[in-house]
Design a protein around this ligand. Sequence first.
Ligand code: PEP
Ligand code: MG
Length: 585
Amino acid sequence: MGEKLETVLQGTPVSPGIGIGPVHVVARGFSAPEVYHIDENDIPHEQERFRTALEETKLQLDELQQKIKALSGEEESRIFEAHLMVLEDRAMLDRVADAIATRRQNAEFAFYAVMQHFLEAMRRVPDPYLRERTADLEDVCQRVLRNFRPDEAPRHTAPDETHILVAYDLSPTDTAGLNRRHVVGFATELGSVNSHSGILARSLGIPAIVGIEDAVLDIRTLTPAILDGYSGRLILHPSEETLARYQELKDRKEKVRQDLEAQRDAATATTDGRTITLSSNIEFIDELALVRNSGAKGVGLYRTEFLLLDGEEMPGELEQSEAYTRLATELAPHPVIIRTLDAGGDKLPIEPLTEPEPNPFLGWRGIRVSLDRPGMFKEQLRAILRASAHGKLAVMFPLVSGLGEVRRAKDFLKECMDELSAQGVPFDEKLETGVMIEVPSAAVIADLIAPEVDFFSIGTNDLIQYTVAVDRVNHHVADLYRPTHPAVVRLIKRTVDAAKDAGIWTGVCGEMAGDIRLTPLLLGLGVEELSVGPHQVPRVRRAIRALSHVECSDMANFALKTGISSEIMDATMDMARRYYPELLD
Ligand code: PEP
Ligand code: MG
């Protein structure tokens, strides 16, 4: 390392940790072919392989063109002319030949890398007609790649080794599918701290950065790099000194992690004796082991919409019930809060919409979808009820904006209870019911909702975005997304007070709960439960154990009076710095 000049790219950190390794760039749509170094003697052979793959592709395209012509006529068959033109593009051919000869990479990878450059440039052109051609280019690219003879076994495949993944964007499915053993970090152009890929990265414990402009265009596969998920830096071609510094930081963080692990079973109580329930958020049943290892006291939020990832629609009642039963039995005696489907918005849709929504975040999402689809909603409620016989479950409704929705949801729950009773199916008749407080209207009328439920769980990710009118996944306005905005602080306080008056508890399951800079503030506001990603549990436990509740309350009283977010952030941060500096970055 160190021959090339060290370059630092700044993005937004979304998941802490340090990843060191070569970069692997993936384009949208399909992943890179294997890449390996070729000897000088092999250059003619690789150039020949490239020519053969192109000839094969041209033959196929010709055939296809003839077929379409016979079926649909001349006009339609012209599509493939554009494809053929790509294969004859002089600039592309020269660049690939050059890449094989000078960069000494195998032909398919050289071709792929050159095409990525064209593709990304094409995706960014403002002209919609030209942009449309991206799909043609992608298609040709894939076709050529398939035509490289598969009998030559790859000598080196980046994804099977430790690497830092660089992509334009990663969907929740992509993120969930990352191989944690090989991917030591990822950096994307799109995304934000609260996008679902960010949340997943944190829960999987993969260091991640978003918002690196033109990453896919500018960064080359195999570039040595360091990904700093604390500061949001992606350092390409790190110098020996930088590498040594980061190796040392990584080791130091590892030591803190081991110390934290040793406290796994310690009580989550403040120094002056206030106990806080520390539970975990999960998206996949497979995370059960992580939850148990973290020492979390159950699950405070199970995002059931992730069941949609396995198929087009929610699994049926019995299949869901099996999944919930696994959670209930394996975590017993700790409680598991199952949130009913929260589809729509930036999340997976439950069904294709007939027309795109102008404002998906203000549209058909959360409990609104469930109330409009009683069949599906009741299947889920009955599945939860069935599983409730096997452990301690609770149900929670997302994106509630008014009392009517709470009552209707509860009516459905009651109907399901009656149906199961009639069939003689056992369930927990005292199943606790809660709502997420994540729409400002619900926080404002928390005093009216509280008597109707058993608990509140504040979804700060949405509560912040709706309170300050800042899209949680739009990086252009990311710095306006402020968890310590005085209005957010007051809404949390209002919710906690309303709950207290009604004799129910309040937790926080949004990302604020896992942000240890904010633990003093949340404890001071009177929150009784924090539900965080399994990897965040040890740090939050340590933070709780270091704080005095009385001091937190004093600080929160100050926060409730001041009108400036940064002053509130400074106040809570100051306590964090004084009581657990080793946890801060
Ligand atoms: C939230 O909005 O804070 C929350 C926990 O729910 P989600 O992130 O799934 O919308
Ligand atoms: Mg939410």
